[in-house]
Design a protein around this ligand. Structure first.
Ligand code: C5P
Length: 315
């Protein structure tokens, strides 16, 4: 195949890689490909990693991670995302990628997936591909199930394996108190535990016909509008009972957040971060008081994000 000569943007491209919580996470049936169908409402928040991409004189992908001890090879989702982009473009240009970690790792807030989405966005900008978000989401899906969401956030209904993403409108902001007890939970292990619990009759039933009605209005051409009252009433996570049994501290944190005034509190993704929803920054910070003094616990207060993720070209 003839290699296209593509002009690479000069300078570097910086993309904020926001984290997410699952306000609702229902794990439905296991599919023939081994993945599970999901029905999830995801919400991005302000706290973010940063991904910076620039062209490199040497060939190959050179990844540096700051702020966390993460592998810099193809086991890193940002690296894998860059590989997929270069393969699609049939591009041999060397790439330098910097990931500045702020989001906790293996923690259910989508850090690795968001870094991957940001790397795709950064390289699509650097190579001036003109890719649509649907195209970027398609590349992202090859890297991980949660990646497509980050092209459609800040709020979306996520179905299928994670590839069917329908944006929702959630006008007001809320404040999230995130508490992580320092446990790393690999997603595939959590799915195995959930499947084992279901096989023995524990855990929730897999497929339920009734999904919560969330949309309060839907103007033509606009994403359906959802309000926080409907969402807060529907907050749940199928992983929560199983992971709380494995790690009782997760239940302790959830109950503590409710005691401290959270409108709702739940495990995010397959854990190990638990989030509480608060109506103001002040109430979230008050609830956070002293929690970071507990051994191994990390605590963040962050706002639900309003703007979709976008790239910034810095020369
Ligand atoms: O897609 P990703 O690599 O993030 O998935 C990690 C693991 O989580 C998969 O290997 C699978 O075991 C499980 N998974 C699943 N159903 C999904 C997403 C992930 O079973 N929808």
């Amino acid at each position: 195949m003839k290699t296209k000569v593509r002009r690479v943007a000069s300078g570097s491209v910086e993309v904020a890689a926001h984290g997410k919580v699952n306000l609702i996470l229902r794990v439905l049936d296991r599919r023939p490909d081994g993945y599970h169908n999901l029905w999830s409402v995801m919400q991005a928040f302000d706290l973010a990693d940063t991904v910076v991409a620039e062209a490199d004189g040497a060939s190959g992908i050179h990844l540096v991670c700051e702020g966390a001890d993460l592998p810099a090879d193809s086991t890193n989702l940002a690296y894998r995302a860059a590989e997929r982009v270069l393969a699609r473009l049939n591009e041999r240009q060397g790439i330098r990628l910097l990931v500045r970690k702020r989001l906790p790792v293996a923690a259910g807030v989508g850090g690795g997936s968001s870094d991957a989405a940001a790397a795709i966005q950064a390289l699509a900008t650097l190579f001036k591909t003109g890719w649509s978000r649907a195209m970027m989401a398609e590349v992202g899906q090859e890297v991980g199930s949660d990646v497509p969401f980050f092209f459609y956030g800040p709020t979306a209904l996520v179905e299928g394996r994670g590839e069917r993403v329908s944006p929702l409108r959630l006008e007001e902001e809320r404040w999230l108190l995130l508490v992580n007890p320092g446990i790393a939970i690999p997603t595939s292990w959590a799915y195995e535990k959930l499947a084992a619990a279901r096989a023995t009759g524990r855990g929730r039933v897999s497929a339920r016909p009734h999904m919560p009605r969330l949309a309060t209005s839907s103007a033509a051409g606009e994403p359906p509008m959802v309000d926080w009252n409907a969402l807060l009433a529907a907050i749940e996570n199928d992983f929560a009972p199983v992971m709380e049994q494995e790690y009782p501290v997760l239940r302790d944190i959830r109950l503590l957040l409710l005691e401290r005034g959270a409108q709702a509190a739940m495990l995010s993704g397959s854990g190990s971060t638990v989030f509480g929803v608060f109506s103001s920054a002040r109430s979230a910070w008050t609830a956070a008081d002293g929690l970071d003094q507990r051994s191994g616990w990390r605590v963040w207060v962050t706002r639900t994000c309003q703007a979709p993720v976008s790239a910034r070209l810095t020369t």
